[in-house]
Design a protein around this ligand. Structure first.
Ligand code: ATP
Ligand code: MG
Length: 1023
């Protein structure tokens, strides 16, 4: 728990007000009485900050009531605390940047200074560190003698914690020159520090201890490495580890220190020294970046920008306000405009707001001025002043007025005697400054058109906002296009005017996401599953697309080949990109009091029902509704419907992932177990309609027995609904869970059922030639052998045969059929056999080659169908009736017995009754057509219906059969017009050829079928 007003403010990310609160003698007890008006009086001008504070004050109030009244919800272990403190009370996983800072030569100091003085010096040093660390929203975990341990990313994450730590490191080094201990003469003492920074995954535990330097226990390698890196640093050096280096990117200049063996760390660690903040030279910014990926989409928005630019150039200055969430492409759109106008003569001005200086007056404008005047870090005050004078000499404002104003603004002292100091009231000074600044910015437009972008206005300090409001009022008459970019949490405080155009950037569409992925992959083919995964996880946010693609392409889940990437692992395991960890966590940490709700929701899934969360969270209803309302307001969740019927959806899949992954593994397991039990007990409808959800929760809970059962029922349900790809996924997950069960007969039986189901789902979804089908049936066959199970042997062989008949040589296929015959003979059971079907169906294929014939019993075949239906077998309805087909030589269709015909019709009915599209397509496309023909009904209608069903289900073999029949029916029509003589001659020839006509059709069918099957294999990439 936080115990001081400073800590409390820091935990809210509002540490900048700590001094004001302390100066006004406000402590945590008194803070609960603060009102909005009080906050305004204290100088909290930002509406957003006041709102945050008021919310947190509510929390303090609730907490103090709870402490006095001991609320049950808060006291109950494992239940969501409705009064969660601003810092997470439970241990959790997170990416953390750890900084160790150590004073150099403290031993030597101790010999030179009186202990009391030394204490004074160390306190002054600690204070300097604390100030800098607070400026970058770091958290001091512990003072250790003369060392300081600080965290960036805990208790609140920020989108750029690694950068913050690096800034703080350099800031501390700089601050050492000015450490002052009033009682101690420090002239002879040169203060220096060594700093080590490292970023990585840790478990942050409960907070231990009290006071300003409470220590949060952090477990993981990260802090150890940070400590070792600190030891590696020379005096006044900041040394960072690999992930910190990756995360700070080009924002800092770094020197590579190579790999180092660090004590206690197994692998060598690569280290860098942070030399300085990145080069913000104005020349470096003058040209658009070359070689980046072309703009994807956004043509309409770019068109708007170009039109505004044209109007601005004509002297009708425009303002375009680009709004959109982080990473949606605001800066990229501006960059695209620059690319489009790159050949033109204009002045480019970029004014950037900074997250670290959201409260420092006119920071973005002053920084721009520094760059425009050409200030360098190494310039001394005199050089800077010279540059300032030189720049102002170009302006119309008289130097006597301008120089003192700008000097004050830019914290330069005036050289004695050269300029009269300003004799203005604060209000007048402010007005004069605004006047001078807008004069500077507007005058350039008299020389040539100006394209001026104000980046990241959500971080603009209140004075900059005020200045901008005045400044853009003046722009309609000058050749300036002002573009403002900001995130949705900023609302422009000025009224909209006709020269202002708002643009809201939305998510990219699927093809656009695909284009970014393709570009990142350097033109190599990326597996479709990977593309789907990225589309699903990124929600069309280009930054997420880029980072996810990079992470996956570099991961072990893909193998890079000459022209493609091949998937070799499960995408379920892909972690959140390290570059996004902090910013995702930051969004959650913004809502510390209701973050637990988000975490529970994340366990339930991307989408969850209010009722389910209510049953799980066990907090009072008003509190739950309020908490969810806050998450919706903060745009972490979308809401559909109203509680108690409401559904909530995480706005971003990655936010859900971040919330979920922040939970300890054992906490996750516990929640999953609770959810699964809850579903079974209270949500039987969900269990019936979404067994895969229950299966998922049992899997994550580590309950393999239940998980396997539910995966099987999910797979079978999906098959019944013709969702065969889903069925494959569910059954595969079930099979993957099996290894967690004891290796006994029960497990083998379970696997046999799963494999048989998987084999069939593969055939239906991916075609008869799918390698997945062969693998599943082959494993099932192995299991039959292992179990000595003769009842399952025949259907398994039948499954295998279906693969063979399309994908393997015909003689091998016949072997499988014969194997089945043997199995039937040995079983001697009345149970299933598919022998007649296999042999008869193989026959047309093997006939011309082997010249064999096999009889078929219609009765037996239909019996099999019924038997299969009754036991929900994976073997679909197959029709008898082919027996007669080749024996009659009178044209296409053999004369079937009445009984055979009626049985075929029964098969159609059976397939319809079972709602088994695969079987229905088969019976309609193949035997059904024969029946209707012989019955005189419209065969074309039957075949067409069959073709529709087959095409919809993607059953290419049945499509091939249907088409063959369609063709032959047409042939029959023509045939009736052929002369009797011709017909007689043909009959004689057929007879002589041994059913050549019939064979030709069936052979054609087999040819098409085989090629259709092969096509399936190519399509699925199976080999
Ligand atoms: N339309 C696009 N086509 C190609 N790449 C894009 C597109 N939009 C964004 N990107 C890429 O996505 C990443 C994020 O975009 P960008 O930096 O412009 O986001 P932003 O909205 O400015 O975010 P922030 O609020 O953090 O400043 C960049 O690498 C950018 O190049
Ligand atoms: Mg941007």
């Amino acid at each position: 728990m936080v115990s001081s007003i400073r800590d409390w403010l820091q935990s809210l990310d509002l540490g900048q007000y700590a001094e004001t609160f302390e100066a006004n003698d406000l402590n945590l007890d008194l803070a609960v009485d603060l009102s909005d008006a009080d906050l305004k009086d204290l100088g909290v001008t930002s509406m957003g900050h006041r709102k945050n504070l008021l919310r947190a004050i509510d929390g303090l109030r609730a907490a103090s009531t709870t402490e006095n009244g001991q609320s049950e919800a808060a006291a109950a272990p494992g239940k969501l605390s409705s009064t969660a403190p601003a810092t997470p009370a439970q241990a959790e996983r997170r990416q953390l940047t750890v900084m160790f800072c150590d004073l150099v030569g403290s031993t030597e100091l101790s010999t030179r200074l009186d202990p009391e003085d030394l204490q004074e010096v160390i306190r002054a040093y600690h204070d300097s560190c604390a100030k800098v660390i607070a400026q970058y929203n770091g958290y001091i975990a512990k003072y250790m003698g003369d060392g300081v341990l600080a965290y960036f990313g805990y208790p609140r994450a920020h989108e750029n914690d690694a950068e913050r730590a690096a800034h703080a490191g350099l800031g501390i080094v700089e601050a050492m020159a000015n450490v002052s201990a009033p009682q101690v003469p420090l002239r002879e003492v040169e203060m220096a520090v060594r700093i080590g920074i490292n970023t990585g995954l840790v478990v942050v535990g409960d907070i231990i201890g009290e006071g300003a330097a409470e220590e949060a226990s952090v477990v993981g390698e990260t802090p150890n490495v940070a400590a070792r890196l600190q030891a590696l640093a020379q005096p006044n050096q900041v040394v960072i580890g690999p992930l910190t280096h990756e995360l700070i990117g080009e924002a800092f200049a770094c020197e590579d220190l190579g790999a180092h063996r660090l004590k206690g760390i197994a692998e060598p660690v690569h280290a860098w020294r942070v030399v300085s903040e990145g080069d913000l030279d104005i020349e470096a910014d003058a040209e658009p970046v070359d070689g980046r990926m072309p703009l994807v989409g956004r043509q309409e928005e770019l068109g708007l920008l170009l039109r505004s630019w044209e109007a601005s150039k004509e002297g009708h200055g425009q303002v375009v306000l680009i709004q959109g969430e982080a990473g949606i492409g605001k800066s990229r759109l501006v960059e695209a405009l620059r690319e489009r106008v790159s050949g033109e003569d204009y002045t480019w001005v970029s004014i950037r707001c900074s997250p670290y200086h959201a409260n420092s007056t006119l920071y973005p404008v002053i920084e721009h001025m520094k760059r425009a005047m050409g200030w360098k870090p190494e310039d001394d005050a005199e050089a800077r002043f010279g540059k300032l004078e030189a720049a102002l000499a170009q302006q119309s404002l008289p130097p006597d007025e301008a120089v003192p104003l700008y000097a004050e603004l830019m914290s330069l002292s005036l050289p004695e005697g050269r300029y009269a100091p300003l004799d203005l009231s604060a209000k007048q000074k402010r007005e004069q400054t605004f006047y001078a600044l807008s004069g500077w910015l507007l005058e350039e437009a008299e020389r040539r058109p100006v394209l001026q972008v104000w980046e990241d206005m959500h971080w603009a300090d209140p004075t900059t906002q005020e200045f901008l409001a005045l400044y853009i009022e003046q722009s309609p008459t000058v050749s300036i296009l002002n573009i403002l970019t900001y995130r949705p949490d900023f609302a422009p405080p000025w009224p909209m005017r006709s020269h202002m155009t708002p643009i809201t950037l939305n998510r990219l569409e699927r093809p656009e996401v695909g284009a970014i992925i393709a570009h990142q992959a350097g033109g190599k083919a990326v597996p479709v599953e990977v593309i789907e995964h990225i589309i699903g996880k990124s929600d069309g946010v280009p930054l997420f697309v880029e980072e996810l693609t990079k992470t996956i392409l570099q991961s072990d889940y893909l193998r890079e080949e000459a022209e493609r990437y091949t998937l070799i692992g499960s995408l379920d395991e892909v972690a959140i990109p390290v570059t996004l960890q902090d910013s995702l966590m930051a969004r959650l940490d913004r809502m510390p009091r209701v973050r637990e709700l988000a975490q529970l929701g994340a366990v339930l899934g991307r989408e969850f029902a209010y009722e389910m969360l209510q049953a799980l969270a066990e907090i009072e209803e008003p509190m739950l509704r309020d908490g969810l309302g806050q998450l919706v307001d903060a745009e972490l969740l979308y809401q559909r419907g109203r509680a108690p019927r409401a559904k909530y959806i995480f706005k971003h899949a990655l936010i859900q992932d971040a919330a979920y992954e922040s939970l300890l593994k054992r906490t996750r397991q516990r929640h999953h177990r609770q959810v699964a039990a809850l579903m079974e007990e209270r949500f039987p409808e969900t269990v019936a309609t979404h067994p895969e959800l229950v299966a998922h929760h049992f899997t994550e809970a580590g309950d393999a027995t239940h998980a396997v059962q539910y995966w099987r029922s999910a797979g079978e349900r999906a098959r019944r609904l013709s969702a065969n790809l889903e069925a494959i996924a569910y059954l595969t997950k079930g099979i993957a869970m099996l290894h967690e069960l004891p290796d006994d007969e029960e497990r083998a039986r379970e696997e046999l059922a799963l494999q048989a189901s998987l084999g069939h789902a593969n055939i239906v979804a991916r075609g008869h030639g799918a390698a997945g089908a062969e693998a599943a049936y082959a494993r099932a066959l192995e299991l039959c052998g292992q179990l000595g199970d003769v009842a399952e042997l025949a259907p398994t062989l039948f499954g295998l045969w279906r693969y063979y008949v399309v994908a393997r040589p015909l003689d091998e296929t016949n072997d499988v059929a014969t194997g089945s015959a043997r199995s039937r003979r040995t079983s001697g059971t009345p149970s299933f056999t598919s022998l007649p079907i296999m042999r008869s169906a193989t026959r047309p294929f093997v006939w011309p080659i082997l010249g064999t014939r096999a009889p078929i019993s219609n009765k037996e075949s239909l019996g099999i169908c019924r038997h299969n239906a009754a036991r929900k077998s994976t073997v679909p309805v197959r029709t008898p009736g082919l027996r007669a087909a080749p024996t009659g030589n009178d044209g296409l269709v053999a004369r079937l017995s009445e009984r055979a015909q009626s049985r075929i019709r029964e098969c159609v009915e059976l397939a319809e009754e079972l709602e088994d599209a695969f079987s229905l397509a088969y019976v309609l496309c193949f035997p059904g057509a024969i029946v209707s023909e012989t019955c005189g009904s419209d065969s074309n209608t039957v075949v067409e219906r069959g073709l529709d069903v087959a095409a919809e289900g993607g059953f290419s073999l049945w499509v091939a059969f249907g088409k063959v029949h369609q063709r032959s029916l047409r042939f029959e029509d023509q045939r009736s017009e052929i002369s009797a003589r011709h017909a007689a001659r043909k009959r004689r020839r057929d007879s002589a050829d041994g059913c050549a006509h019939q064979h030709a059709i069936l052979y054609d069918a087999s040819g098409q079928g085989v090629s259709a099957g092969r096509k399936d294999r190519r399509w699925t990439g199976d080999s």
